[in-house]
Design a protein around this ligand. Sequence first.
Ligand SMILES: C[S@@+](CC[C@H](N)C(=O)[O-])C[C@H]1O[C@@H](n2cnc3c(N)ncnc32)[C@H](O)[C@@H]1O
Length: 182
Amino acid sequence: MSKLNAIDLFAGAGGLSEGFLEQGKFNFLAHVEWEKPMVDTLRNNLVKRWNYTINHAKKAVVLFDVQKTDELLKGNWSEETKKLYEEYNDNLIVTKGLDGVINNKKVDVIIGGPPCQAYSIAGRAQDPKSMKEDYRNYLFESFVKIVNHYKPSVFVFENVPGILSAKPGDKYIKEGNIYYDD
Ligand SMILES: C[S@@+](CC[C@H](N)C(=O)[O-])C[C@H]1O[C@@H](n2cnc3c(N)ncnc32)[C@H](O)[C@@H]1O
């Protein structure tokens, strides 16, 4: 049976990717993470543990800010974006984005565990503003945009239960739906 093509967003050092790889049923087209140490660890693991080439690991593990979603998907990076991320990535990502790397293959599965600090009950309790002004409240929007772009059969959005009670502003998730208040 051929493997299912997958993408991991907010991949960290690759814990979630690792679990899927261990099933032997998934072929990762891309993992996206913006912290260099995490990216280095994940690339290293793909080479040493999973026998991918260094070139594959550099192309597939993208060091990038998922919030810059259009540039992530399509490439054609601005000069400002290039200054931040060009040296750490394969040129295909810079010019053609994930679309270039994926090259019209079907994306079957998108997985991702965006940061949970803004949603966790403990995190909200410790912050004087209950994390309402934290950018991490809205990372789900980039996840949704990428899911809408590739239309996988399945997505896995891993987070904490507090995401269902957080209402930081006029955009929030409740009972599996996204709400936009006017
Ligand atoms: C909860 S961790 C993910 C853990 C990962 N799924 C694993 O199993 O190891 C969230 C990750 O999202 C990354 N992150 C946060 N904001 C990001 C952004 N705007 N773009 C890309 N990665 C981001 C963080 O650096 C962190 O590694």
